[in-house]
Structures are given as structure tokens and as C-alpha cells.
Design a binder for this molecule. Structure first.
Ligand code: UDP
Ligand code: MG
Length: 325
């Protein structure tokens, strides 16, 4: 491989950046020496509207370290869009790109294996955690439940894989053709196809600082993942409607029967229960449908997903610039 790009979205990562840069540069040094990757390989940090010292730090690192390039977004747009911005800028500026979080939770040595797989013909290499020991009981089980649910909806997703993966330039180019505003990158990549494989590694604790993914963001990522890739929830709502219709017809026969047998006042409990039950089923159904309508709404506006405020690279041409030429 000639050029390897390592793409790292950063949001308030001042505590980890120096160490991350040190370790990634050391890795690149070793890989260049071993002739695994070319000497023009680089690290691209995307500053996702950080409120701390992250951007000045990236600027400094860019001065002192030849591997480091930077991209500053005009505000915080979230991990998926920050990654999208990074991947867009490395497209056609590398042979393959590896995306990784800034916090060193993913084992960077795995990148060597990824590059080997690429050299053996894989276009996509997924990094997957071999264990979830560092997760809380809740996150662990919630994520297994989520993967299984996604599979049952027919969405191809890789177990225990977050956004740590290698993609060849060919795959990066195909990825650019996905224009959706409701972005769930790890669902899109398997749809692109080509030869792919998985490398496993134990995931460590965050090196320093706090998680930028509170549980609320995780849940909305999960909902986004499901509703962006499957319309089965709408069908489930339809079948729920059919089932409650059948149940209510049965209940109607029961009510009519009791009426003719003289039971006329009793039944308050069953009425109250069914009112609440049906009320919540209806609200749930409306919520699911609303989620999809909301998606249509945001997709139809087709707003810009991020703005690039500054770039720290001389040789990179963004695909936007190229399109204009
Ligand atoms: N991140 C980002 N924008 C955000 C939130 C997070 O670019 O709005 C980056 C963050 O800097 C990190 C990666 O996304 O590099 C994953 O975040 P984090 O490690 O906090 O998530 P966790 O590993 O706890 O799920
Ligand atoms: Mg993390």
C-alpha cells in the first residue's frame, strides 16, 4: 500500500490527543520502516466543534509532526458527520483509510493486520471487539439486543463493530454516493459489498477524559440505525393493528354474550384496561410512523451536513473542490 490515511474525529479530546498522536506516529514510523505503507501516510484529525483546546492542539501537532493534518468544522455536528467529513476529504487522497476514535479504546496495533488484509485483497476490514469486559452490564446487553434486533430486521451489521475499520479508496468512493442526512455509517458500509473480513481485538478503557457518547446519544444512534435501514417497524405496527383488531372482535363477542346473559354493569376493569392498552398501542404506532415521517422531512430538506472552517493540509484536495474543477 502506498498511502494510508488514519481518520480520527475529535470532540473535546485535549486529554488524549498528545498520547494518541504519539502512538499513531510511532505505529506509522514502524509500518513505513517495514515497507507496509508509504511515507506519505498521514493522520487526519477532524475537530468537531470542540469547546476545549483540541483545535489549537491539532494546529501545534501539525507544526511539529509531519504526519498530522487537520480539519476544523464550524460547529459540533456529531461523531457520524465528523467522520463523514473526514472520509470525504481523504477520498482519492489515499489508497485506504482507517477510521478510529481519538481515545485509544481500539487497539491501534490492529491497523497493521488491517493493512495486511488489504494487501491480500480485502477492500473493507472491520475491527470488532472480542470482549465487552469494560462495558457496563447494561451497555453490553443492550448492544447484543440491538445487534440481534437489527439482524431480525434484515439489516446486515457486524457484531461488536463500531467505526474502527479500514476502507479502500474504491469503497470510499462508493460511500460518497450515499447522500442521506440520517447517517448510520456502520450500516452503510456492509451494503457496499466487495471482499471484506473482520479482525478481533480486546477493547480497552478510554485512555483519558470522559465518554462523549452519553446513553441518550447511543439510543438515538440505535433508533437512527434501525429506521434508516428497515421499514419493518412500520409493518410490525400494521400487524399489531391486525392483532388488536382480532382481539377486539373477540372481546366484542364476549361483551355481547355477557349482555345477553344479563351481566350489564360489571366490566369496568376490562374497559379501563383496554382503553389504556389500546391508547398506548396507538401512541406507539404513531411514534413509529412519526419517526419515518421525520426522516422524510429531514432528507427532503437536504441541508448541508457540516461546514469546513479551516484545513491543515497542503496536498489534500477535497472531492468537492475536484467536482468544481
Ligand atoms: N466524537 C465526535 N463528536 C461528538 C461526539 C464524539 O467527533 O459529538 C468523537 C470522539 O471525540 C471520539 C469518538 O467520536 O473520537 C467516539 O466518542 P467516545 O469515545 O466518547 O464514545 P464511546 O467510546 O464512549 O462510545
Ligand atoms: Mg470511546
Amino acid at each position: 500500500m502506498n498511502t494510508l490515511a488514519i481518520v480520527v474525529p475529535c470532540y473535546n479530546e485535549q486529554e488524549v490527543l498528545p498520547e494518541t498522536t504519539k502512538r499513531l506516529s510511532d505505529l506509522l514510523d514502524r509500518m513505513i520502516k517495514a515497507n507496509k505503507v508509504g511515507s506519505d501516510s498521514y493522520i487526519l484529525y477532524i475537530n468537531d466543534g470542540s469547546k476545549d483546546n483540541t483545535w489549537p492542539m491539532i494546529e501545534e501537532l501539525h507544526q511539529s509532526n509531519t504526519y498530522v493534518k487537520g480539519l476544523k468544522l464550524s460547529r459540533n455536528v456529531g461523531h457520524q458527520f465528523a467522520l463523514l467529513a473526514g472520509l470525504k476529504h481523504v477520498t482519492d487522497n489515499c489508497d485506504a483509510a482507517v477510521s478510529i476514535d481519538a481515545d485509544l479504546q481500539d487497539d491501534i496495533e490492529v491497523i497493521q493486520q488491517m493493512v495486511d488484509r488489504y494487501d491480500n485483497g480485502d477492500e473493507i476490514v472491520y475491527g470488532a471487539r472480542s470482549s465487552r469486559d469494560v462495558d457496563t452490564f447494561f451497555t453490553k446487553h443492550a448492544s447484543y439486543g440491538f445487534y440481534n434486533f437489527m439482524r431480525s430486521l434484515g439489516v446486515d451489521s457486524v457484531y461488536n463493530h463500531a467505526d474502527f475499520r479500514l476502507m479502500s479508496n474504491k469503497v470510499l468512493n462508493h460511500f460518497q454516493e450515499y447522500k442521506e442526512s440520517n447517517l448510520y455509517i456502520r450500516g452503510i458500509i456492509p451494503q457496499i459489498g466487495y471482499n471484506s473480513s473482520i479482525v478481533e481485538y480486546p477493547r480497552a478503557e478510554r485512555f483519558a477524559g470522559e465518554s462523549k457518547y452519553p446513553i441518550s446519544k447511543l439510543i438515538s444512534l440505535a433508533i437512527n440505525g434501525i429506521t434508516s435501514f428497515s421499514i419493518k417497524p412500520l409493518r410490525i405496527v400494521f400487524w399489531l393493528g391486525i392483532i388488536t383488531l382480532i382481539l377486539s372482535i373477540l372481546a366484542m363477542f364476549y361483551a355481547l354474550g355477557s349482555y345477553f346473559y344479563g351481566v350489564r354493569v360489571a366490566g369496568w376493569t376490562s374497559v379501563i384496561i383496554s382503553v389504556w392498552f389500546l391508547g398506548s398501542v396507538i401512541l406507539l404506532a404513531l411514534g413509529v410512523i412519526g419517526e419515518y415521517i421525520g426522516k422524510i422531512y429531514t432528507e427532503s430538506k437536504d441541508r448541508p451536513k457540516y461546514f469546513v472552517e479551516k484545513t491543515l493540509f497542503d496536498s489534500l484536495k477535497s472531492s468537492e473542490d475536484k467536482n468544481k474543477q
